[in-house]
Design a binder for this molecule. Structure first.
Ligand code: NDP
Ligand code: 8X3
Length: 250
């Protein structure tokens, strides 16, 4: 049986991916900061597969490394890494953007992804196999008004994904990114700091992607034969053509 480590497993895309992977009999290492949610998922999915939980903030370099270095023996070999933890914080013009929001996005979406990857890649190199999926965003392919630093963080994920694929090619490790458009999760609640009405409005008037849609695609990607590496995949809801063109009349 394979083992997958999923960051940001407590909500949205990460949680749906954990549920989908359990259906594929993949053992799970589930990560996030909300211990109660990790425990609830462990109770639910532990009926089907082996589940280990790691509660850490991806910004905390020491905790990331010590958690991954001290995994129980049965979870030491990680076949699949889903680098998913991340969020937008704020939606402000560059001239009025909040410095703490900028720090959060760069530290979580970029540096956190790097810390987790750096802790796991040596294990994959030693095993001469592994599959890393980086969750980017359409915000990593284009820049939209007021998206500035979130878009920059996701452009960084796009570049890191390409760099990982080049450097890990000699080690037989598969690397690819999935770049979703609008997915209804807790993403906008976080972006708008729990202004739930504003968050709900983001997804009103059209049919957005659901986290299960992305989980389904991730499951497809990881179940291809080993010689197939899906390198880069952009997924919009049908109603969306770009970050700013959304057809609310479908
Ligand atoms: P959610 O807010 O629903 O989930 C975000 C997850 O990331 C949570 O599990 C959260 O867990 C975790 N997380 C956030 N900050 C940290 C941190 N500092 N340390 C550890 N874990 C953290 O959003 P989504 O599911 O939508 O987002 C998942 C990924 O998908 C993100 O990278 C996002 O940028 C990307 N994405 C989302 C899109 C969307 O429209 N929703 C579109 C394109 C990409 P906890 O709070 O428990 O730590
Ligand atoms: C999330 C999608 O358009 O809100 O990455 O940036 S968007």
């Amino acid at each position: 049986m394979k083992t997958a480590l999923i960051t940001g497993a407590t909500s949205g895309i990460g949680k749906s991916t954990a549920i989908e992977f359990a259906k594929h009999n993949i053992n799970l290492i589930l990560c996030g900061r909300r211990q109660d949610r990790l425990e609830a998922l462990q109770d639910e999915l532990g009926k089907t597969v082996n589940v280990h939980t790691l509660c850490f903030d991806v910004r905390d370099k020491d905790k990331v490394f010590s958690a991954i270095e001290n995994l129980p023996a049965t979870f030491e070999k990680i076949d699949i890494l889903i680098n998913n933890a991340g969020n937008a914080h704020g939606l402000d013009p560059i001239q009025t953007g909040d410095l703490d929001d900028w720090d959060a996005m760069i530290d979580i979406n970029v540096k956190g992804l790097l810390y987790v990857s750096k802790a796991i890649i040596p294990k994959m190199i030693a095993a001469k196999s592994g599959h890393i999926i980086n969750i980017g965003s359409t915000a990593g392919k284009e820049v939209y008004p007021n998206g500035n630093i979130y878009c920059a963080s996701k452009h960084a994920v796009d570049a890191i994904n390409k760099g990982m694929r080049l450097d890990l090619n000699a080690h037989r490790i598969r690397v690819g990114a999935i770049h979703p458009g609008l997915v209804e999760t807790e993403f906008s609640n976080v972006r708008f700091k729990n202004d739930d009405v504003r968050a709900e409005n983001v997804y009103k008037g059209y049919d957005p992607l659901r986290p299960e849609d992305i989980a389904d695609i991730i499951a497809f990607v990881i179940t291809r034969p080993y010689h197939v590496n899906i390198a880069d995949l952009v997924v919009f809801p049908t109603a969306q053509a770009s970050s700013t063109i959304i057809n609310k009349n479908l």
